[in-house]
Structures are given as C-alpha cells and as structure tokens.
Design a protein around this ligand. Structure first.
Ligand SMILES: O=C(O)CCC(=O)C(=O)O
Length: 302
C-alpha cells in the first residue's frame, strides 16, 4: 500500500513507510497481545471502540470550535474557516480548552468502560487513565515533531501506555500519528530520554526537529502509519518514538484526536496529571497544551 504521507513538507519516500498492522484480533489472545506490545512498543487496534460514541465526542468538540468561528457548519465535517474568535470570546484560553477537553461525550470515550476494559486487559490489572487529556485539533499545516513520551510522564510509574484515539476518520493525508518502528530498541536515544526525565529542563529539547524520514533512512527502519477510522486506537509505550504527519488535507479539514495515558490503578500516580485541575507537565494545565491555541496559530513542534 502506498501512502501520500508528508513530513516537514516532504513526501515520505515509499520505501520508508509501512502500514501499521491491525492487532485487534489479538484481543482474543491477551498473552500474545502483551508480547507484541512489549516487543514492538506499539499496537494498532482497529474498530474496538463504539463508533457512535466516538462520533458523538467528535460532534461535541467540533461544536465548541464552531462556537468560536474556527470550524464551519456542519461542524462535524471539521472544515476550518481560517479565522478565530477564540481569544476574544475566551480570554482565558486554558479554561476554554479545559471545557473542550473535559466534555461528557469525549470523557465517555477516553475514560469509558470499553477503554478501561481494553487498557486493563493490556496492563493485566485494573487500569486508570490520566485525568489530563491531550485533545488535538490540528489545522492543515500542523504537525508534531518526533519524540518519546517518557520525559513528560516519568514521575509516577514508567509502566504506562499512551492511547491515541482518532475522533472520526483520519486518513494519512490529514496528518495522523506516526510511529518509528524499532525505536523502542534504540538504547542510545532511550538513555537520553531517561536522563531527560530526571532533568525537566532538558526534556523539551527531546523533540527531534529533523525530518523523521531522514532519521528512518539512517536507522534502516520504517515510519508506521495508517488511514485511521472512528473506533480505532493506537497504544504505545513511553519508549516508542512517534510524532504526527503534516496535515495536508485537500479540503481544509482539521485532524481531531485525543491522547491519554493509562497505567495500572495500583501503581504510583504522577499528581500532575490527576485531579480536578491537573497542572500537567509545566504547571499551567490546559493552557500549556498546543490545543489551547486558536486553530489559526502555527503548531509545528512539541
Ligand atoms: O497527535 C499528535 O499530533 C501527536 C500525539 C502525541 O505525541 C502523543 O500521543 O503522545
């Protein structure tokens, strides 16, 4: 399968890109699912969430953005207007983003029974999701540089998985998540991210702003991605390098997704990510997330 995947403005050469395999059948063989996740560092699970719930969450988020003029009606289509009233109507951008991120419909996807069931099965014990969710609405042109999640979430338990959920269909052209195959075996980089986890000031530098396709070529590996649909999730470890492709939607559609970290409920919790007003990595809560910026702002790095 060939993908029109773009990273840093360049089409990724076909030999550097591969389709994420669907591991959903392994939900019937949990020991094998855990083995694959441990070995490869990531799994795509297709069609495992109730599609109607995911689409209801998309509608809820889209309506919030339409209310500040950023999406045109029907908002569910996700087409950006190119203008924004967000900072005029909501001078406290963090408060606005918190309400968008904590909508009831979105919560019932990110923290609902099915999500907890799947993540509990993966962890082999009851699992709990961070209260702080990273809702991402990436306008055309936006992307996120390659990075590892470990430095950002290292203070509770490292036994934690990121769950990346497309809110609606996200074809490769709309800039979904990409994963660097084998990146969970790169000892040199992993030693760096572990050190960065201990020195918060270095952590932000751990986004690699060079093109991911150059990195993949050099390491003789592949960039993994897929056309994603409502109902799919991608689960990956803190030691799996990932980022997002450029959103090159030919119809000016924003890419909507949400990422949340799940851990065993009985393991130590990083208090920054739990509670009514989680302060997050830098202490500024939702105001610190890329999503809190109006859709018209640029958003290229971590
Ligand atoms: O959605 C994106 O653009 C990147 C997501 C990400 O970095 C994550 O889920 O940890």
């Amino acid at each position: 399968m060939m993908f029109e995947a773009v990273n840093k403005g360049q089409r990724i050469p076909d030999h550097l890109i591969r389709e994420l395999p669907d591991r959903a059948p392994l939900l019937a063989d949990l020991p094998r699912l855990r083995e694959v996740l441990a070995e490869e560092g990531y799994v795509l699970l297709r069609n495992v969430l109730p599609v109607a719930d995911v689409m209801a969450a998309r509608q809820e988020v889209a309506d919030r953005l339409a209310s500040v003029g950023e999406l045109r009606e029907p908002a569910i289509d996700g087409i950006v207007t190119g203008v924004s009233q967000r900072d005029k109507v909501h001078p406290d951008l963090g408060a606005f983003w918190k309400t968008a991120s904590e909508g009831e419909k979105l919560r019932s996807v990110t923290h609902g029974a099915r999500m907890r069931e799947i993540l509990g099965a993966i962890h082999g014990a009851p699992a709990v999701g961070h209260d702080l969710v990273y809702l991402r609405v990436a306008a055309p042109g936006r992307a996120l540089d390659m990075h590892y999640d470990y430095p950002f979430f290292a203070k509770g338990t490292p036994d934690l998985y990121t769950v990346w959920t497309p809110l609606g269909d996200v074809p490769v052209t709309d800039g979904p998540l990409f994963i660097i195959d084998k990146s969970n075996t790169y000892r040199d980089l992993i030693d760096d991210v572990v050190a960065a986890g201990e020195t918060a000031s270095v952590a932000r530098k751990l986004a690699y702003n060079r093109p991911a396709y150059e990195f993949a070529e050099e390491r003789h590996t592949s960039i993994m991605c897929a056309d994603l649909h409502a109902g799919d999730i991608i689960v990956f470890s803190l030691f799996t390098a990932h980022g997002s492709l450029d959103n090159c939607s030919p119809i000016n559609r924003a890419r909507m997704s949400c990422d949340v970290r799940y851990q065993r409920a009985d393991m130590p919790r990083d208090p920054r990510y739990f509670g009514e007003n989680p302060v997050g990595y830098n202490g500024k809560g939702y105001a610190d997330l890329n999503g809190s910026k109006p859709l018209t702002a640029s958003w290229i790095t971590n």
